[in-house]
Design a protein around this ligand. Structure first.
Ligand code: C5P
Length: 309
């Protein structure tokens, strides 16, 4: 078998926090949270090739935002090294990362990349760690990596380490908008000054996107005020998304700055995304379907238009 025949290609879809409730702060500074997480059809792609050493090539429309960072520190490469250590392997892997998801944007780009590398190496190396060992490795890479590894609509608790399957959710579309500012997750968590409030869970299984929006409206993203205090343009982003025709609800994802707007149909979402792009040509705007179950290998062959960019 040649090297190219052994290449593995994996999709890394963006994660979106539909709610993000902070309920306490631990002594080590991490926060206990409750969050309804879904995935969206906007993907990074990871290609893995057998190699003697570890290396990373970053390409794609968002690659320039990672250029300044040390590639050795990239979470995708860290995931590969730790997986090799767990597998007791002496060789490395060449990682090619097609970066479509904005960096430091609250939609889990780095976490999704790390999870995709773990999925890919399981296949490339035919190495099957125990579920517990894989979970621990993922959590050690970052609090959002376990949910990205899980790859389905999830209620996330603890610091991100306790995962429950979400109730059945309807199909819907999202417009994701990033106003072009990178925000530091630790700084946003640190700026959270509010009291801790109880989480608001979906009480009934939503039958439609409209029904889901009604229920989600009762929920919160508790990092919103903190993120806006650091980057006021996030407030403008939320206001513009909310005002888009057919938008059912708009909120921030994760620690920002990306915000989402919820739509019933692809047509409504694509029309709204076009209008927002016209109004804010410098912003990153994507229309994407919610993915309730992610097939990281099947999705890797999706047409580029599926990414919605
Ligand atoms: O785990 P990860 O490296 O992704 O977390 C980045 C930062 O986000 C942490 O250093 C911490 O400041 C904050 N965080 C938190 N509580 C969480 C997850 C992240 O305070 N549950």
């Amino acid at each position: 078998m040649t090297t190219s025949e052994k290449t593995v290609c994996v999709a890394a879809p963006a994660k979106v926090n539909l709610t993000l409730h902070l309920t306490a702060r631990r002594d080590d500074g991490y926060h206990i949270l409750e969050s309804l997480v879904v995935f969206a059809g906007i993907l990074d792609r990871i290609t893995l090739e057998p190699a003697d050493t570890f290396s990373l090539v970053i390409e794609g429309p968002q690659a320039h935002n990672l250029d300044a960072l040390n590639p050795v520190d990239n979470i995708a490469l860290r995931a590969a090294r730790r997986m090799a250590a767990l597998a007791g392997r002496k060789d490395g892997v060449r990682v090619v990362l097609e970066k479509n998801i904005p960096v430091s944007a609250g939609i889990g780009g780095g976490s999704a990349d790390a999870a995709a590398v773990l999925h890919g190496l399981i296949r490339l190396w035919s190495f099957y760690p125990t579920k517990a060992a894989l979970h621990e490795l993922a959590l050690g890479l970052g609090a959002d990596v376990p949910v990205c590894l899980q790859g389905r609509s999830t209620i996330m608790e603890g610091i991100g380490d306790i995962l429950h399957e979400a109730p059945p959710l309807p199909g819907f579309w999202l417009v994701l908008a990033n106003p072009g500012v990178e925000v530091s997750t630790p700084l946003v968590f640190r700026a959270h000054a509010g009291d801790f409030l109880p989480p608001i869970r979906l009480t009934d299984t939503p039958r439609s996107a409209e029904d889901m929006a009604v229920q989600l409206r009762k929920g919160r993203n508790d990092l919103t005020a903190a993120a806006i205090s650091l980057e006021p343009v996030i407030g403008e982003c939320l206001a513009l998304l909310t005002a888009l025709p057919s938008c059912l609800l708009a909120r921030m994802s994760g620690s920002g700055a990306t915000c989402w707007a919820l739509f019933s149909t692809e047509y409504e979402a694509r029309t709204a995304a076009k209008a927002l792009r016209t109004a804010k040509p410098a912003w990153w705007v994507a229309a994407a379907p919610a993915l309730h179950t992610v097939d990281p290998f099947g999705l890797a062959d999706s047409p580029v238009s599926f990414t919605g960019i």
